[in-house]
Design a protein. Structure first.
Length: 104
């Protein structure tokens, strides 16, 4: 994947590289916050507690739970001027996914 950036009349090609050893994590929840100068996008993975036993035992274990922890697995800070492009890219990919899913 490549993109061009223009600065002071000169175009420079950007080549996006994802290292082979980068850790990919599954996110079950996303929290988006903003300040005057940035958007903070935090991705969380829900840590499901082990519930064992009969359905009645599991129901009892669930009654004992006050909370379930969601661990932040990644946090990205985006400048406001880049957020519109970020949202557009996400929307375009979601639209393509839904179109492909509807075709199958």
């Amino acid at each position: 994947m490549t993109e061009e950036v223009r600065d002071k009349g000169k175009s420079v090609r950007i080549v996006f590289h994802v290292p082979e050893n980068i850790v990919a994590r599954y996110a079950t929840n996303v929290v988006v916050q903003h300040t005057e100068h940035e958007f903070i996008v935090s991705f969380f993975e829900l840590e499901r507690p082990p519930l064992l036993g009969s359905p009645e035992q599991i129901a009892e274990q669930l009654k004992q739970l006050d909370e379930v922890r969601a661990k932040c697995v990644a946090r990205i800070i985006v400048a406001p001027r880049r957020m519109e492009g970020f949202v557009k890219a996400m929307q375009e990919n979601l639209s393509k996914y839904l179109a492909d899913k509807g075709a199958s």
